[in-house]
Design a protein. Sequence first.
Length: 544
Amino acid sequence: MSAIANPTRSTDGADFDVIVIGAGFAGLYALHRLRQQGLTVRVYDAADGIGGTWWWNRYPGARVDFLGGPFYCYTFSEEIAREWDWTETQPDQPAILSYLNFVADKLDLRRDIQLGTQVTSPRFDRSDHRWHVTLGDATPASCRFLICAAGTLSAPFEPDLPGLDQFTGEYFHTGRWPQDDEVSFAGKRVGVIGTGSSAVQAIPIIAEQAQQLTVFQRTPQFTIPAANQPMPAELLTESQQNWTKTRCEMLESPAGAPLAYGERSQRSALSDTADRRNEVYESLWHTGGARIVFSSYNDLMTNVDANQTIAEFIRTKIRETVTDPATAAKLLPDHLFGTKRVIPNTNYYETFNRPNVTLVDLRADPIHSITATGVQTASGEHPLDMLILATGYDAMTGSLRRLNPSFGATNLQDKWADGVRTYLGLAVAGLPNLFMVHGPQSPSVLYNMPLGAERQTDWIVECIAALDQRGVVEIEPAAAAEDEWAARVSALAGTTLYPQAESWYMGSNIPGKPREFMVYLDALGYYQTLEQVAVAGYAGFVLT
Ligand code: NA7
């Protein structure tokens, strides 16, 4: 019954300078850069197409959250920027996948990408200083450097719901949506478990088509208007014609996309009267995306009292939008705003006014089991023709843990059993010549991810070039450097409210996963640090 399966194929193994795992934004760029460097490279991806997360996430309504085109894209090539016209401010999955295919063709990347190929059992061998991996059906391959670019939200999480394998209707996970067949909701009783970003995007669209939609909510979420719109021609033209300037602004922005966030506020929410605050929030509410977070006040994520002001503003919006007071009450979030990922929505709250939509509050009415014909909660059975799990991912570390690279007595699953240890979110002590793009403890999901992938990859490629120039055959972080980095990640998080939530940023959505904040919060400082580490001859690393 599990929808979460990856293909395993016959493959052609070989020996390369670099193997890259993952053909999403990061893996494609890594291939391009490494090839430019004259290195032999092979990219492997379990999917049957390129695109990474944008290949898998085809659920209805899937689109980029917050950082819209023309900023959610590669920045390294002015030619690509000029040739690709984004049509919406928050491009949807088909548009982003088309863009990545356009880039792959433009850069002639496909000849070095092998799809439908799961990489397993990477193990480093000191005798030849190489990583040896198994491909698909047991074909071997090896490389000097292994780059893991398998994504932060690519290991879907399917909760252990009793009876899930008994359900006889259609069953999907949003992160493994069918590739070929169009899923039809017409005339069906559909159930969605989960109310995170994926569900909030999918629910309004499913509700328009289904006979009946039942939403099973464990935690009500803060969502704000996406305000997606056709790409303003002047914004697109301005960014394309002045790409160097646009790129500089992106590099200088704390989030990697200046215009999408507007001006950053320098004021405390507590410095205004309640009336003035509401005017500020109201004026930014419909501008869309994260502007209300960054352009309103500067302490929403650091001060509980400031945070409560925007939390209450949004709760008022929910009460105003949802006509049935009992349903509205169930939708009111009670955690601190922004500590779980803030979700842009299009008609999410309005959807609960539809006569064919029912909200089940799992806190009051928990799931007992999944039956052959529906979901059994404490109050009774909810009959369903289709069950959709929008239950998220083993985020940040899931794909890496499942890959479980090893060297001698060290393997990643054991090493991270009590908590993540990395240096710069890029490398791991005990696992030489392994690099991660968007690894845990790097800015990853709280930065413009395509731009972050470029910047981290540039650093890795330049590092490999420097090592080759100096005849260095192995690089790995010193354990002390990892400890110091973990302390920095944690200290930064400690200045914010993020650690107070149960969120996938904290690993707390996965039973048994160590609870810790896994994002490096100061992206600008992070990239300065990378530069300093390189200039200092890769300080914090042991070179052999
Ligand atoms: P998320 O944001 O992790 O959301 C998962 C949802 O599933 C969330 O509402 C969870 O409730 C819910 N969930 C998880 N397990 C259960 C169980 N056992 N029972 C009921 N409900 C459950 O994943 P998404 O795919 O929506 O978004 C991931 C990111 O992808 C997103 O931020 C974008 O960046 C792209 P909880 O809140 O844990 O109580």
